[in-house]
Write a protein that binds this ligand. Structure first.
Ligand SMILES: NC(=O)c1ccc[n+]([C@@H]2O[C@H](COP(=O)([O-])OP(=O)(O)OC[C@H]3O[C@@H](n4cnc5c(N)ncnc54)[C@H](O)[C@@H]3O)[C@@H](O)[C@H]2O)c1
Ligand SMILES: *[C@@H]1O[C@H](CO)[C@@H](O)[C@H](O)[C@H]1NC(C)=O
Ligand SMILES: *[C@@H]1O[C@H](CO)[C@@H](O)[C@H](O)[C@H]1NC(C)=O
Ligand SMILES: *[C@@H]1O[C@H](CO)[C@@H](O)[C@H](O)[C@H]1NC(C)=O
Ligand SMILES: *[C@@H]1O[C@H](CO)[C@@H](O)[C@H](O)[C@H]1NC(C)=O
Length: 376
């Protein structure tokens, strides 16, 4: 073996020291990186979920359920046009931004590096969508496109979408099965249907993995009674009925009592928001595990008539709740009920709230302690 000359020994020694130093720095690079990567420090394993519209009614209940699970980190994006800052639990990250603001989305995605997006943002009133279709397509369709483009740029693959029973219009088969052909009858329903198609095309083209959850009538409130439904204007039956019980309106209107139903009033499928929230968590687990896009109806399979809902509220509140029968509204189908076979079979989804009384009781717990909603 050749003996090294002194200059060569120095070079070898320096090289070894440099290699060791580099290795040492590399192994303890966390010490030097606390400044550039603050977001990743907390829990390296947590799945980071961007919840768009997470300050709204259904989104806030999803946030509440998800925050009780150990392995998720939540970031809410909401422009607070309809959402409520007071619904956001302490310690949850919140960015006030509009999903139509591409620059803001880019900044938020760079900052938090989400693994998945749940998308609750939308303008949600059927009547308003008839009066202002362009506004509805802009927020619900263009807004979703901007969100998907940002996901694509940042290589985020998983998307859970708040779709709606409204995509089905006047369904031929009732209860409506998961694979019924969509046939919307108003601009709101069309915006949801268009987004479902955009998602299918984006899976083909870019490998996006998505789940569409078609909610029927979302209702009820978190069991704690500290978050619930606060829409302005309110158009949903249960909060309106409970406003009568609170003395905030004199009576509740029943639009038509001559439908071909058990008592002549319209029958709808009421599904509790906490049950919707757990469906989102099951859907996300499924998406990540199976890597497969899918659509699910989320309903109870049972229908309650308007009169039954009012009776349940009378039972729960002990208030007589006077009702007034008025003419039918245009476009109200007699019966709208879903079969949620797919969610039950594939996601193992089970509802916790199985009676209209338990649903109304949970809503009542919120409303009687929040007489003016969040008051913001
Ligand atoms: N409530 C129901 O019964 C029902 C039924 C079927 C489907 N849905 C769908 O579920 C989703 C949530 O409904 P909800 O009842 O919780 O409504 P919501 O109005 O309470 O919540 C929507 C949230 O999105 C936010 N938002 C809207 N546009 C935004 C924008 N451009 N940028 C940022 N934030 C924006 C609002 O501030 C609000 O907090 C919607 O997509 C709706 O279409 C609701
Ligand atoms: C991270 O995941 C690994 C392997 O799945 C697990 O052993 C470890 O406990 C997890 N750490 C945290 C902080 O959850
Ligand atoms: C938020 O989005 C809604 C829905 O389109 C829009 O009407 C409103 O102007 C926006 N508000 C803010 C504060 O950005
Ligand atoms: C998920 O499916 C896509 C094809 O649609 C594939 O490119 C990708 O590698 C799959 N990912 C995993 C984790 O299996
Ligand atoms: C209201 O209470 C009565 C008496 O307990 C019961 O028979 C009825 O089923 C209840 N109605 C609803 C809609 O829950």
């Amino acid at each position: 073996m050749a003996v090294l000359s002194t200059p060569n020994k120095i070079i070898l020694f320096t090289a070894v020291v440099l290699v060791l130093l580099t290795l040492g720095f590399y192994m303890r690079r966390d010490i030097f990186m606390t400044v550039p990567f603050p977001v990743l420090q907390k829990n390296l394993n947590a799945t980071r979920i961007l919840v768009c519209g997470g300050a709204g009614y259904i989104g806030s209940h999803l946030v509440r359920e998800l925050s009780t699970q150990p392995d998720y980190e939540i970031i809410i994006v909401d422009n607070l046009s309809k959402g409520h800052k007071k619904s956001i639990p302490k310690g949850i990250k919140f960015e006030k931004a509009d999903i139509r603001d591409k620059l803001a989305l880019d900044r938020i995605f760079s900052k938090y590096k989400p693994d998945a997006v749940m998308h609750f943002c939308a303008s949600i009133s059927v009547g308003e969508s008839v009066a202002d279709p362009l506004g509805y397509y802009e927020n619900n369709v263009a807004g979703t496109i901007y969100l998907l483009q940002t996901m694509k740029r940042h290589n985020v693959k998983y998307f859970i979408f708040s779709s709606s029973a409204a995509i089905f219009g006047n369904a031929k088969e009732v209860p409506i099965p998961d694979d019924a052909q969509p046939n919307p009858i108003n601009p709101y329903g069309y915006t949801k249907f268009v987004v479902e198609n955009i998602l299918a095309s984006s899976e083909n083209a870019y490998g996006l993995k998505y789940i569409c959850l078609r909610y029927f009538n979302a209702c009820g409130a978190h069991e704690s009674g500290d978050i619930g439904e606060d829409h302005h204007p309110e158009t949903h039956l249960i909060p309106l009925v409970l406003q009568v019980a609170l003395g905030q309106r004199d009576s509740i209107s029943i639009f038509g009592d001559d439908y071909e139903t058990k008592d002549g009033t319209c029958v709808r499928d009421y599904i509790h928001v906490t049950d919707l929230a757990t469906a989102h968590i099951r859907a996300l687990e499924y998406l990540v595990k199976e890597n497969k896009s899918q659509s699910f109806n989320l309903g109870s399979g049972e229908g309650y008539s308007v009169k039954e809902v009012i009776n349940a509220a009378r039972n729960v509140t002990g208030h007589p709740i006077p009702d007034i029968v008025e003419a039918r509204r245009i476009g109200d189908p007699a019966v709208l009920i879903a079969k949620s076979t797919r969610a039950e079979k594939i996601l193992g989804w089970k509802r916790k709230y199985n009676t209209i009384e338990s649903i109304v009781a949970s809503a009542w717990k919120y409303h009687k302690t929040h007489i003016n909603g969040y008051n913001d």
